[in-house]
Structure formats: structure tokens, C-alpha cells
Design a protein around this ligand. Structure first.
Ligand code: G3P
Length: 215
């Protein structure tokens, strides 16, 4: 069970890395555009400054050859750099070639168990079902994770299920229970994972009692 952060903000990452609870980072073009960083420099900086198990960098391209060509610059950065590819025919062709070469891969934008079958056959390191975007469209994101998790477990598939597009704490533990190996979280969701109103209430009482027993 692992937590990755889904952000392209260096300071957000550095602050949470210090907790020791974060194993990796996922990025996408939208997150990079919002943070205003240079994509390549950002991935290289993360690799230099932190010891993550996986840092996903998304590549584009009209076909598998172009995706593989775009992946080359990232592959040179370090073995933790994970090439993120779209769940399309060309993306899976690129995934198979890169996976056979020992490059870590993350196949993204998964919305069905059928797509997860093809991704497993392409030898992906990770598959990213988009839980929130399923829910946005009146499908159950956690049920998708359950379907993929059950299938991969029954068939002993090594591809790890990386639940993505998670927007609230409630879905995190359910995804992990239903078969996700990893959840990737916006920092706002990560921060909320610690919180519970009864913890705050209990702590207030304990702190008051501490004052009394310690004088
Ligand atoms: O990891 C994928 C994630 O960034 C997408 O999240 O909230 O844009 O659906 P969202």
C-alpha cells in the first residue's frame, strides 16, 4: 500500500516528502501547465532532490514511435522516472516496447476493465484508473478499481493498480481495499487524510488533562 502525490508543485511535494509517507509522484500536462514549470526540468529536479520509487512523466506523440522518442529524454534522468502513456492502441504499443526494455511505465486514462486487460498484456508497471472522472460521468470509480483489482489478482498480473483522479478522502481507503496498490492524491486530499473531528475533540480533552496532572 503506497501513496503518491498528484502534483507538479515543488514546494507542495517537499513539504509532504518530509513526512516520510510519500513514495512517488504523478504528473500530467494539465498539472504542469497550472504550475508553470518546464516539464523536463521539473522531473529532473525531483529526481535530484528526492528518493522516490516512481516519478511519472507523461509523453505525447501522434504514434508509438513519437511517444518513445519523447520518452528518451526522461528515461536518461533516472530509473525511477516512469513514462506515462495514454491508454490508446499507440500508447500500448509504446508501453510494450518500453516495458520490454525495462523502462517503468504508467498507462493513464483508464476507464474500463477491458482497457485494463490490454494494459496488463502490454506489460505496464502501473495502470491509472480515473476514479473521480468516472464518478463525474455517473459511473462508479471505486467499482472500476474493484473490477481491475479482482481481475489482476485472479490472473496474477504484476501491473500495479494506481488509483488516480481521487478528490476526497472517502474514496482513498475504499480504492485500497478494493485492489489499488497505490493511490495518487492531490496534496489537499493527502493533508485531509490525517484529520478526524473526534481526534481533535479527544486531543483537546487530553491536553486539558495534561495541564492539570502536570500542574
Ligand atoms: O492523476 C490523474 C489526475 O491528475 C486527474 O485528476 O481531478 O483532473 O480528474 P482530475
Amino acid at each position: 500500500m503506497q501513496i503518491f502525490l498528484d502534483t507538479a508543485n515543488y514546494h507542495e511535494i517537499a513539504e509532504r516528502y518530509a513526512t516520510g509517507l510519500v513514495s512517488g509522484i504523478t504528473t500530467n500536462p494539465t498539472l504542469v501547465r497550472k504550475s508553470g514549470v518546464d516539464y523536463f526540468d521539473f522531473i529532473r529536479t525531483l529526481s535530484r532532490d528526492f528518493a522516490f520509487e516512481s516519478i511519472s512523466a507523461e509523453v505525447d506523440g501522434k504514434n508509438a514511435d513519437e511517444m518513445i522518442e519523447n520518452a528518451q529524454q526522461y528515461i536518461k534522468i533516472g530509473s525511477e522516472v516512469t513514462i506515462k502513456l495514454p491508454l490508446t492502441k499507440e500508447g500500448l504499443i509504446a508501453c510494450k516496447i518500453l516495458s520490454d526494455e525495462g523502462v517503468k511505465t504508467n498507462v493513464t486514462l483508464c476507464f474500463s476493465a477491458a482497457q485494463a486487460v490490454m494494459t496488463a498484456l502490454a506489460g505496464a508497471t502501473y495502470i491509472s484508473p480515473f476514479v473521480g472522472r468516472m464518478n463525474d460521468n455517473s459511473f462508479s470509480g471505486v467499482e472500476l478499481v474493484r473490477a481491475i483489482g479482482g481481475l489482476y489478482s485472479a490472473k496474477r498480473v504484476e501491473t500495479k493498480v494506481l488509483a488516480a483522479s481521487l478528490r476526497d478522502v472517502h474514496h482513498v481507503s475504499r480504492c485500497l481495499l478494493y485492489g489499488a496498490d497505490v493511490v495518487t492524491l492531490p496534496t489537499a486530499v493527502f493533508d485531509k487524510m490525517y484529520n478526524h473531528v473526534l481526534t481533535d475533540a479527544g486531543l483537546a480533552i487530553f491536553e486539558k488533562d495534561f495541564k492539570e496532572i502536570n500542574g
